[in-house]
Design a binder for this molecule. Structure first.
Ligand code: UT7
Length: 338
């Protein structure tokens, strides 16, 4: 029988590796002592309730895309690739340079990745891991070979510097990873993603979008700033991070004792400790840098991954768990073999 020319043998699924990482933090350090002069707070309160000691703040004119492009350059150097090898740029952010064009397109021009297709995704603090999963689907399906994934946020641009409930928590920064198929390579083993839009009100920026544009009539109402119900967000963060981490470990056929390193979202040291305790992972196997950078939203886990990579916390073959939580509400967990 003549084979049907329209029927193609499916290509085998491909393993997807992170072949390079990079990050960028602005130079300006904002300490808890400086915040004591801005709002009614203390270094003692911030340290004991969050674990944060200082955070980085972008310079005047330093944009999300500037930080993202620097992180991307560092990741390309680490991976040993040039910009023209990049097929796709996925950038996760809630603080894009503009509504249009996408910040990924702005980064494309800054780094000279002229062959790449580009888009942004919005999943708040979970964005980087969502973007990693999207990238790995594109590579697994043979659509693209080399993908630049970036998590970048300039939260100082949407923080209300008069609101002590939020302004002490956040910082600016960017992290990036290059993903590529690597024969016999290690890679992303399993990912779980979840969302609950019914809890959107707990963490939001109410104004500035099409639902509530900033107009002359509402301009003084602080609608363009982050608002958060901290205590409720805290509870959902712990529950969903633990639940998704357990499920993804199960999918990967691993126990938490198999993990060499856990890289969690950097929102609050008490959240990280609660998650580690419930997963029965000792804290010395957990990556923590929020004392220096605060919560940088989509950038947080990307920066932590880069630090873990550069400080040799992960050796080839090690199992690593990434676990995130953010506005939406959204959450995700991935197990990666380094
Ligand atoms: O990245 C996305 C996900 N985000 C998170 O996961 C963040 C989750 N939430 C948290 O990390 C914590 O809830 C916070 C750090 C935001 C707050 O800590 P908390 O222990 O939950 O404090 P609280 O909101 O229950 O407030 C306790 C007290 C309140 O005073 P009263 O009402 O008890 O008199 C606050 O007004 O602490 C007060 N407070 C502060 N005091 C000094 C709140 N912020 C401050 C501050 N300095 N900066």
């Amino acid at each position: 029988m003549t084979p049907n020319p329209r029927t193609r043998t499916p290509l085998p699924k491909r393993t997807v590796s992170i072949i390079g990482t990079g990050s960028h933090l602005p130079e300006r350090v904002l300490t808890n002592a400086e915040l004591e002069k801005l709002v009614d707070t203390t270094d003692e309160w911030i340290t004991t309730r969050t674990g944060i000691k200082e955070r980085r703040i972008a310079a005047d004119g330093e944009t999300t895309s500037d930080m993202a492009a620097n992180a991307a350059r560092a990741a390309m150097e680490d991976a040993g690739i040039s910009a023209d090898e990049i097929d796709l740029i996925i950038l996760a952010t809630i603080t894009p340079d503009f509504f249009m064009p996408s910040t990924a397109c702005v980064v494309q021009t800054k780094i000279g990745a002229t062959r790449a297709a580009c888009f942004d995704i919005s999943a708040a603090c979970s964005g980087f891991l969502y973007a990693i999963e999207i990238a790995q689907q594109f590579i697994t399906s043979h659509t693209f070979n080399t993908i630049l994934v970036i998590g970048a946020d300039k939260l100082s641009s949407i923080v209300n510097w008069k609101d002590r409930n939020t302004c002490v928590l956040f910082g600016d920064g960017a992290g990036a990873a290059i993903l590529r198929h690597r024969a016999h390579g290690h890679g992303v083993i399993a990912t779980r993603m979840g969302s609950n839009g019914g809890l959107a009100d707990l963490l939001q920026v109410p104004g500035g979008g099409s639902a509530c544009p900033i107009t002359a009539a509402n301009v003084g109402q602080d609608l363009q700033f982050i608002r958060m119900e901290g205590r409720e967000t805290f509870k959902h963060a712990v529950t969903n991070m633990v639940d998704s981490a357990r499920k993804v470990l199960d999918d990967a056929g691993l126990q938490s004792s198999d993990l060499a390193c856990v890289i969690p979202h950097q929102a609050n040291l008490r959240i990280i400790s609660a998650v580690a305790e419930r997963l029965e992972v000792p804290l010395d196997r957990v990556m923590v840098n929020l004392d220096r950078y605060g919560n940088t939203s989509a950038a947080a886990v990307a920066i932590a991954l880069d630090e873990a990579n550069r400080t040799g916390r992960m050796k080839v073959g090690d199992y690593v768990l990434l676990v995130v939580f953010g506005g939406g509400m959204t959450w995700a967990s991935s197990v990666i073999q380094w």
